[in-house]
Design a protein around this ligand. Structure first.
Ligand code: UD1
Ligand code: PEP
Length: 420
């Protein structure tokens, strides 16, 4: 099993190219199932979840290849089996994003329930509730959601759907399903994360009629069929935020090419308050930092608030900053798995329920630590970059699920990091 060996203490300098967003590429690969025409997706990141999603759609009979130019071409004209089996879903919850498109185009779908994961129980009841409001008949049996249209129906029917909470993949599933439904769908309490307007723009390029994406109320007027399109995946705000925190913690001067500052307001505000210099420059975002920064308290909330997917990485920065900070996680019930591993590196953190209190320390000391989930892994890498001596991060398959060659990118900035 691969591990990362980091020798801490180097500052970071130079330029790094931010890849396409995992959380946009995954729904967009599923959106390609809505049409029998070819779809070309550019800027698809090279990471394990994308590999799993390609496997999942190929398993349905879809042709999906990455060309020499890096773009992924998908042809779902011969899709023969609208199913997502447990073996693939269990390694990647985002597989549930196949449910809406399959049901909308084929009138049937069988998708494994994803179950919980390291960060929380993560039910999909709102996806089911929304599709049922559009007329789908869904039974849960043997661990699968088995969905079909009522007898005699050709298409889902538009509905007004208010989800009980803001859900990102729930909004995406219902948005995709609604594009081919009969009549109008209104999604109230919709998620506003930048990956949603990016998906909506792709669907519009396919001929969908959508308004209000990027707000909490999305209106979709269903159409008979969608056509193929070419779309470029939006740059990954979480990868960019992770590199910003790495430079803020380790010190240095780095240009993040393709990073979109407007998608990272909450994180950048906190970095500036901490004492880093963060500027929007042509083609990206530049960060400069030196010495110990000032610790910052924050609470995670839905976009445009502070993203839960940045909580662990910013906590790693707080661990070595001056002062005491309070970090509240409000989205997932169990997203402090990195705390005990950071403590093994010398961090002072007391976590109780949804709140962790971090008392900044001057130094961390390298040790062997274990990655427990995707962003927890990234926080351990950041801590390793500043710790004295060697840090060995074990179980980095979690990191590989969502980062495109992270250690190579860090090495390019001067970090002493290798995969062993
Ligand atoms: C592939 C992808 O885009 N993943 C992101 C997506 O996950 P995901 O879409 O799974 O997260 P949600 O936005 O759905 O979850 C928000 C909250 O709602 C709850 N909930 C959600 C749906 C549902 O049917 N019932 C329910 O109770 C969840 O358990 C959680 O407490 O948004 C999260 C929140 O920004 C991010 O951390 C993930 O990186
Ligand atoms: C939690 C995440 O991903 P997923 O929803 O795919 O588990 C993440 O990207 O941080």
């Amino acid at each position: 099993m691969d591990k990362l060996l980091i020798r801490g203490g180097r500052t970071l300098h130079g330029e790094v190219a931010i890849s396409g967003a995992k959380n946009a590429a995954l729904p967009e690969l599923c959106a390609a199932l809505l049409t029998a025409d070819p779809v070309t997706l550019a800027n698809v990141p090279r990471l394990q979840d994308v590999t799993t999603m390609l496997k999942l759609i190929r398993n349905m009979g879809v042709a999906a290849e990455r060309g020499d130019d890096g773009a992924v071409r998908i042809d779902a004209s011969a899709l023969s089996s609208p199913e997502a089996p447990y073996e693939l879903v269990k390694t990647m919850r985002a597989s549930v994003l196949a449910l809406g498109p399959l049901l909308a185009r084929f009138g049937e779908a069988t998708v494994s329930l994803p179950g919980g994961c390291a960060i929380g129980s993560r039910p999909v009841d709102q996806h089911i509730k929304g599709l049922q409001a559009m007329g789908a008949e869904i039974v849960v049996a043997h661990g699968y959601m088995i969905a079909k249209l009522p007898a005699g129906w050709r298409r889902l029917r538009g509905a007004r759907i208010a989800t009980d909470m803001v859900t990102v993949t729930g909004t995406e599933n219902l948005l995709m399903a609604a594009t081919l439904a009969e009549g109008e769908t209104v999604l109230e309490n919709a998620a506003q994360e930048p990956e949603i307007p990016d998906l909506a723009e792709m669907l519009i390029a396919m001929g969908a009629r959508i308004e209000g994406h990027g707000t909490s109320r999305i209106r979709i007027e269903g159409v008979d069929r969608l056509r193929g399109c070419a779309h470029a995946v939006v740059p990954d705000r979480i990868e960019a935020g992770t590199f910003l925190c790495a430079v803020a913690a380790a010190g240095g001067d780095v240009l993040l090419r393709h990073a979109r500052a407007e998608h990272l307001d909450a994180v950048i505000d906190k970095l500036r308050e901490a004492g880093a210099v963060v500027e929007t420059v042509p083609g990206g975002v530049r960060i400069r930092a030196s010495g110990r920064l000032k610790a910052q308290s924050f609470r995670t909330t839905e976009y445009p608030g502070f993203p839960t997917d940045m909580q662990a990485q910013f906590m790693a920065l707080n661990v070595v900053s001056e002062g005491t900070s309070k970090v509240a996680e409000t989205i997932f019930e169990n997203r402090f798995m990195h705390v005990n591993e950071l403590v093994r590196l010398g961090a002072r953190i007391a976590a109780d329920g949804k709140v962790a209190v971090v008392e900044g320390v001057e130094r961390l000391s390298g040790a062997t630590v274990m990655a427990t989930d995707l962003r927890a892994s990234a926080s351990l890498v950041i801590a390793g970059l500043v710790a004295d001596g060697e840090t060995l991060v074990d179980r980095i398959y979690h990191l590989d699920r969502g980062y495109d060659r992270m250690e190579a990118k860090l090495r390019g900035l001067g970090a002493d990091i290798e995969r062993i």
